[in-house]
Every structure is written in C-alpha cells, then in structure tokens.
Design a protein around this ligand. Structure first.
Ligand SMILES: CC/C=C\C=C\CC(=O)SCCNC(=O)CCNC(=O)[C@H](O)C(C)(C)COP(=O)(O)OP(=O)(O)OC[C@H]1O[C@@H](n2cnc3c(N)ncnc32)[C@H](O)[C@@H]1OP(=O)(O)O
Length: 719
C-alpha cells in the first residue's frame, strides 16, 4: 500500500497508506519497493517525494508482524535501493517518523519536516535496535554522541531539534508535501554522493574508547538488566569502527539476538497492553467507545500533602484550572510554596512560562462550589474521608463529580455518604503524583459509565496510564503487593537479610528492593494501617501465638522495628542505616543483623541459608498468584491491566512484561509446581496456595496470555 502519482511534470509522489500510522507492513514495503522502482525507471521522472497519508509520515515497522514469520520485501534492501538510486528522493515528514519510518527517511537524500513533526528511533523501548541501517546512518549524520543518546533512549525529538542536529534539512509551517516538492525541484541535477549517508564516515571523535565506555556504563546502570540498550551501544560502536557494510552485518547480528529474546517479546507485549488498558468496559455493557467523558475545565483538590500537591501539578500541567484547598493556613502556605516551586522548575527546564495563573488556593470547601470535578486527597482515614464527602455533597453543584484519591479504602462506602453515588469514583495516584505514570481508576458498584469515562480520560490528559480496577481492599496494585511484602518479611524470619532480599529483587530488575522501598516511603505508614485493621493493638487475641493473626501467618518484625522509632529514611534508620534523618544512601546496619538473630532465637525459628532463586520465586510467584485471584474475583479486566499496574506503578522491570506475563514466560506449569512446593513447606501462608485460575490454565495446556480471559469463572466481576 503505497500510492504512486506523477505531479509537476517530473516529480513522482509516493504516499504510504496504512492507517492509523502508516506502519511498514509487508504490503507497504511491497508498495514502496514497486513504486520506487517505477519512479527510478520512468525517464520522465526527475525526482521523488515520499510522504505518508493522513498527516503521518510513518510509525515504523508494523509491530504486530514481529510475532509472525517474515514475509514480503525486507526493509534494508528497500532503503538501500532508494539511497543508491540516481534520482533525488525527498522525505516529506509530517506527524511522525519513528523507528523504521525515520530509517526510511535517512535513506532518502533530503528531509523536509513539518514544524509539529516528531522523530525518533524508539526501537530500544521494544527490546530492539534500529536495524534498517539506523545505527549506521544516524552516527554518520549527527556524530556519535548524539546518535548514542537518541538510539539508547529512544527519545522523540521535535522538528526544530532535528533541524539543529542536521537530521532534517528544512522545517516548514505550511504544507510539507509542497515544501518537499519545491526542494525536489531545486536539487534536480545536483550530485547525490554527499547525500548518501551510508557512504560517509562518522565525524571524528577524540577519546572514542572513553565515550563508548561511558555510554556502556550509563546504559547498564539505567537499564537494570535490559539487553537492548547494551546492543544499541555495540551497534553504534560498529558504525564508528567498521566500514558501513561490516557495520550493517553487526547490526543484523545484534538484532537477531534481540529479536528472539524474551525481553523483546515482553516489551512488545507492554506496547500493546498499554494501549489495551484504555479500552475499559463495565459489566453493564458500558465501555470506552460508547461512554462519553465530561469535558473537565475546572477541578478542586482537597489536601495539600505530598499526594495533593502532585495531583494539583498534574492537573495544571494538563491545562485545567485548579482550586487547591487546605484547612490550615500553615499547610496551605507550605503547599502553595511546593506546588509553585515544582511548576516553576518544570517550566524553566522546558523553557516555557509556568502556568501559575491556573491555580488558586483557598481555606474553605466553599470555594469548590462551581468546579467540574473534585479530587479529595486527605489522610487515608475512612471517617475523615466520609466527613469530607458529606460536606462536598452539600457544597458542590449537583453535577460536580467527586473523586477520592485512596490507596485501598472502600469507594462505595465513601460514595454512600453523598447525594450522588453514580458520580463518585476512586482515582488512586502514586507518589509523587506528578511523576508516576499510573492511575488506578476505581469503579465502585454504583459509579456511572460517564464518571468512569471522565476519570479515565482525565488520567490520559494528565499523561497517565489509566487502568480501570474493581473496588476491593487495596484495589489491584496494593492488594497484590501485600503478598509480595509478606513473603519478603517471612524470608527475614527464616534467615535472609534485608540487603540479600533487596539484591535478589534488584538483580531481577526491580528499580529498588522491597526493603529500600519501605524505608523510602516510611515504615510508619503500613504500621498505622495494620493498627487500624486490628492486626496490632488491643484487638489482637492474646491467646494466639504472636506469629499468627487473623488465621494466617503474621510477621511482627516491621512492627517491632517501628516501635524502636526506625521508620525509614525520615528517621535516618529503618531496614537500613542512613547518614542522617532524610538521608538517601542506604547502608546495611549490623544492629539489624542482631535484631533479626534475637528475634529468631526468641521465637525458636531456625535460621537457614536462602538462595536468590527462593527469594525471587517466593516474592514474585506469590505476587502473580494473587494476580490470578484478582482476575478470578473480577477486579481487573485482564492480565494486561495487572501488568500495566505493576510496570507503571510499582517499578516492575518492563523488559519482563509484568507479573502475569512473567508467569506465562516462565511457564505456568513451573509456577504452579513451585507454588505447590512452597505452600507444602509453609501451609500457614494462604497466598502461596495456587489459585484455582492458575490450575485451570495449566489444566487447559497453558493457553497464551491473550486467551486467559476465557478461563476466568468470575461470578461477580466488577469489570
Ligand atoms: C530488520 C528489521 C528492520 C527494521 C526494524 C524496525 C523496527 C521498528 O520500526 S520498530 C517500530 C518503531 N516504532 C515505534 O516504536 C512507534 C510505536 N508507536 C507509537 O509510539 C505511537 O503509537 C505513535 C505512533 C506515537 C502514535 O501515538 P498515539 O497517537 O498516542 O496513538 P496510539 O494509540 O499509540 O496508536 C494508534 C494505533 O496505532 C497502532 N500502532 C502504532 N504504531 C504502530 C506500529 N509501529 N505498528 C503497529 N501498530 C502500531 C497502535 O497499536 C494503536 O492501535 P489500536 O488498535 O488503535 O490500539
């Protein structure tokens, strides 16, 4: 699918047609190959312009085809034919030129871009490298440092930046195809050799070894075990050190290794899963494409603690006018200072003016009367939240949507104190809310389709990945996290140290080990929750052994730590030791070793050597097992939703696809067998008991993850 037309007498116009992004499917590659050959062989044609239909140049290779056997003409010879041809070819870049799309443009002799176009080589985010000559042509054009940065990060750049870097020759505000035609006419007859990037040498660079060593160290530090960024550095190094043809061989070889890797499959799964979670549906038939979101222009935020501040910043950056409310003047001033500071720093970084005119600060809920939507972000306390919602019900217009930022409380109970339960939803942000990409949209049993649609679309406007989840304690993310955290402390009881557990999890790919995360977010938070849920305090039955609570194994280690005032970074001591209160650098603390030894002695628990494999399996398989239960309970629509919650909200390594994808990749029979083994060893830990859905899937021969939904027997699905 590429259309051919002859215009202006001597110009052949080739238009890529494959909506929505003109991806280079086998049909498109065939179309380009044929039309380019036609243009080169037509003696009337003096130059060629290549563009894309519907304002999009090209979104790169068709990612859906990666899972199938290759068919149709290959990209590399197709691009080579364009570059080697004896007629000038100009790429007219509108919308996007990404991945193979930019590589195609780099094979052209000239490039003209629309001012709003975006370009980039994002293959690394799909576990690949730009293997249609991108790793060899770009360094020859921009020099090695720029090419290294663009290829290893996959960053999209604007047309203006592309012009500065020499990636495009001209930027226009007007019709890009007209501008490309004009350029094509003006270059007819000029020598093409200097425009063939593959024939150039990379610009000389002093200290080549140093540059590549630093780049390699940086990607290894950033990528936490991801293979693609490392391969990208190797491929660019080949461009610097080898002739083009040998560089291309190296590129192909490295691509071959990546293409067949589990990491590329995981990252490509993430690409589609991220898009799939936007396509929500409710049991009553309402869904993303039949429910209209409201147009939100003004919003109120109640509570200017860490979460509230981040929410205000996210809303303002999305262009929404915000009224930020605090009850105490001192807190309000502090919040104002913080929010203003974040917005000013962000604007400075982006070279724009901070949109401070969009925020007003107030000390009373009355100021929220006329807003379209309110997000409450007060303390995680049901009685307090209910009081706020009852007040909001009185104060706000009848039509105002009311949202609660809660990390696990019952949204329906909160809705029940209002006069408008259908207009109440949960919006669970993750700290810091202006940075973290995840938003769990909690659909209460009475939340209307319009309210869910509005919260989902508002999340998207704020740049979040919004995932619709059911209303159960902890929703999806925190509910699953409980099993993972419980396993980590049980491992301490049995002989592991916090640094050993963290190291195993970080090797697996988590940004931070679980104990470092605990210290960072404050150990007192969970302590307060455990007290309010009756796990600690007067409600605990004194006749029960203290390592059993509410009928299951319980580890009091975190409580004992909190009793000692070790609340994490904020107190300078937690599972680790820090230089001072608020310190960030975690050091192992010998006192913790003694504390653990005393504890084991007191409870008569024999200490044993725990392998890295056991740490990862017990934590990660327990997490996935709870995920299967979440699916069975109808609290997440599919495994993709769970995986996106973990990738975007909990530091799960994207190149492992998410806990459910990881379970599928390890093999469901293996996961089942390991869970059975650990459950046999620990019959007092119910979350190690394999879920019925996992057993059913294994019984059905472990169907691919895309088919799991067919095996869910949820009788009360909320999604
Ligand atoms: C030897 C091998 C040689 C060469 C190898 C080359 C490798 C590549 O080229 S890999 C592909 C590189 N390209 C990309 O990574 C771009 C991926 N796409 C995007 O980043 C975005 O989709 C976007 C193009 C910036 C558009 O974003 P947005 O406007 O937000 O829309 P989306 O919802 O993301 O996408 C709409 C629709 O299009 C589908 N899609 C997008 N890109 C591709 C693609 N490259 N292949 C197949 N499908 C693509 C996307 O899935 C959406 O589909 P829906 O069904 O509507 O959900």
């Amino acid at each position: 699918m590429a259309q051919y037309a002859r215009t202006k007498g001597s110009i052949a116009l080739i238009t890529l047609t494959n909506p929505p992004v003109n991806a280079l499917s086998s049909a498109v590659r065939k179309g380009i190959t044929e039309t380019v050959s036609r243009a080169l062989n037509d003696t009337q044609v003096k130059a060629v312009v290549l563009c894309g239909e519907n304002g999009q140049f090209c979104g790169g290779a068709d990612i859906k085809e990666f899972a199938k056997p290759m068919s149709g003409p290959a990209l590399v010879p197709m691009i080579h034919a364009i570059e080697a041809g004896e007629k000038p070819v100009v790429a007219a870049i509108e919308g996007i030129a990404l991945g193979g799309g930019l590589e195609l443009a780099l094979g052209c002799h000239y490039r003209v871009a629309h001012a709003k176009a975006r370009m980039g080589l994002p293959e690394v985010t799909l576990g690949l490298l730009p293997a249609a000559g991108g790793t060899q042509r770009l360094p020859r054009l921009t020099g090695i440092p720029t090419a290294l940065e663009l290829i290893t990060t996959g960053r999209h750049i604007t047309a203006q930046e592309a012009l500065k870097l020499g990636i495009v020759d001209k930027v226009t505000d007007g019709n890009v195809v007209d501008a490309a035609m004009e350029m094509a006419l003006s270059v007819i007859g000029r020598p093409l050799s200097p425009r063939r990037l593959s024939t150039l040498s990379t610009p000389p660079l002093a200290n080549l070894d140093g540059v590549f060593e630093a780049a390699m160290a940086q990607v290894k530090r950033r990528s936490r075990g991801a293979m693609a960024p490392v391969a990208c550095v190797k491929a660019v190094r080949a461009a610097a050190e080898l002739p083009y043809s040998q560089g291309m061989k190296r590129e192909l070889e490295l691509m071959g290794t990546l293409m067949s890797s589990g990491q590329a499959k995981a990252l490509q799964y993430c690409f589609f899963a991220q898009r799939a979670v936007g396509k929500w549906s409710l049991p009553n038939g309402a869904q993303w494409n039949n429910s209209r979101p409201r147009d939100i222009r003004t919003a109120g935020v109640i509570g200017l603690g860490t979460m509230g501040r981040g929410i205000v910043v996210s809303l303002v950056k999305a262009g929404i006018s915000v009224v930020a409310v605090e009850m105490e003047e001192k807190q309000l001033d502090l919040g104002r200072k913080e929010v203003t500071g974040i917005l000013e720093r962000d604007a400075k970084r982006r070279g724009v003016t901070a949109p401070l005119h969009l925020i007003s600060f107030a000390l009373s809920l009355q100021s929220l009367r006329g807003v379209d939507l309110v997000i409450e972000a007060v303390f995680e306390d049901m009685e307090l939240k209910k009081r706020v919602f009852a007040d909001l019900s009185r104060v706000c217009n009848q039509n105002t949507m009311l949202c609660t930022n809660t990390s696990g409380l019952d949204v329906d109970q909160i809705a029940s104190v209002t006069d408008r339960p259908p207009l109440v939803v949960g919006m669970h942000f993750f700290a810091p809310a202006h940075v973290m990409k995840l938003l769990e949209v909690v659909c209460g049993p009475r939340s209307s389709a319009e309210a869910v649609a509005t919260a989902m679309s508002l999340g998207k406007r704020m740049g979040k990945v919004s995932v619709a989840v059911g209303n159960c304690p902890g929703f999806v993310g925190n509910r699953m996290l409980k099993s993972y955290m419980d396993e980590s402390v049980f491992l301490l009881e049995e002989g592991a140290s916090p640094e050993q557990v963290d190291q195993a999890l970080e090797e697996f790919g988590f940004a931070l080990g679980i104990f470092k995360v605990g210290d960072l977010s404050g150990l007192d938070v969970g302590w307060r929750v455990r007290k309010s849920s009756g796990l600690i305090g007067p409600d605990v039955n004194p006749t029960f052994p203290s390592r059993v609570r509410q009928g299951r194994r319980y580890c009091p280690l975190p409580d004992l730590l909190c009793e000692q005032g070790r609340w994490g970074q904020k107190t300078g001591r937690g599972w680790y030791l820090y230089d001072s209160a608020g310190g960030r650098v975690a050091r192992p603390d010998p006192e913790i070793q003694r504390f653990l030894q005393d504890y084991r002695l007191r409870y008569g628990i024999p200490s044993r050597r725990i392998s890295e494999q056991e740490v990862v399996e017990r934590c990660v398989f327990a997490l996935a097992n709870e995920g299967f239960q979440v699916l069975e309970d109808g609290m997440a629509a599919g495994p993709e939703d769970i995986d996106m919650v973990y990738v975007f909200g909990y530091g799960w390594p994207r190149h492992r696809g998410g806990p459910m994808f990881h379970a599928a990749q390890v093999g469901l029979p293996r996961v089942l067998q390991r869970l059975e083994f650990y459950y046999r060893e620990n019959p007092d830990i119910p979350h190690l008991q394999p879920s019925a859905l996992l057993r059913r899937l294994v019984g059905a021969g472990s169907p691919p993850i895309q088919q799991w939904k067919q095996y869910i027997r949820s009788t009360h699905s909320q999604l």
